[in-house]
Design a protein around this ligand. Sequence first.
Ligand SMILES: Cc1cc2nc3c(=O)[nH]c(=O)nc-3n(C[C@H](O)[C@H](O)[C@H](O)COP(=O)(O)OP(=O)(O)OC[C@H]3O[C@@H](n4cnc5c(N)ncnc54)[C@H](O)[C@@H]3O)c2cc1C
Length: 283
Amino acid sequence: MLFRVARKWVSGTTCKDALSAARNSNKRGISAILNFLGEDNTDNNSIELTVKEYSLILDFINKNGIDGSVSVKPTQVGLKRGYEECSHNLRQISKKARSLGKFMWIDIESFEYVQNTISIYLDLFKENSSIGVALQSYLRRSASDLLHLLEEGANVRIVKGAYRQREENAFQSMSEINSNFSKLTKMLFEDKNRNNIFAIATHDPRLIDNAIALSEKFGTDRRKFEFQLLMGIHNELKEILVKRKFKTSEYIPYGNQWLPYSIRRIRERKRNILLLARSILQP
Ligand SMILES: Cc1cc2nc3c(=O)[nH]c(=O)nc-3n(C[C@H](O)[C@H](O)[C@H](O)COP(=O)(O)OP(=O)(O)OC[C@H]3O[C@@H](n4cnc5c(N)ncnc54)[C@H](O)[C@@H]3O)c2cc1C
């Protein structure tokens, strides 16, 4: 029953499902960002399988002429076990992506993994400039992280943040999170580094409008930034952005490990809890 609800945000369990969703995005003028679901992996098998799966999906994207990239969570490739192991595994995926001319994003997870994720990213970025990392506007440290990343010429995706975090580390009110999101967005548009790219990843129409206004104010080249939204959320907004000729991408998760991702999506919106309740009550 829960999977019935989760299918709103998850393309399916196999990489075929993900490819078919990616084709559908491309038909609508939207790039695909494929994510093989999984996190907090600690056993060898699931970590190895994940690295292989990303290699496979990159081959599929390439062979099928999909306009797309991948997005990887550090804890699905070993960050919970250690820095070196995760770094080694992300390097394998980064090398594969690079060999095919594809972009790799690194998702950002709970606070405890943020520092290591950024350090690993910066190491790998020296070898492959076609990788990017996410930053969360709810974290108090993100403005200083962004400053550092921009000095290095990094590619950055700004998100609000999807994990519950302590007050000492994270803003708790939506108004503070939104205002930090706007601040980080402004820093990205003001940045004079012309080689990097960045992504505004939100479904919040006010923050999207704010980014559009900044792009017009700074006359930013539209190849330099993109809007990223999740599969199954605000499709009409994606259409509007495409019509207005803004590069738009859709984050498409797939795989058996759909539960933690779906719970985060359900928690994000009260209406989703009602949706879940209705689906349980309906035969
Ligand atoms: C491409 C992409 C990549 C991401 N990567 C990361 C990452 O690496 N690390 C991380 O911590 N977080 C990541 N996130 C998730 C992000 O942090 C937020 O949890 C999520 O995007 C919801 O916040 P919002 O910006 O849409 O704003 P909100 O204020 O939560 O939502 C704005 C509006 O969007 C709609 N909406 C939002 N969520 C839902 C939902 N679940 N169901 C239905 N409608 C909804 C509602 O209409 C809502 O009013 C990513 C998000 C995107 C779009």
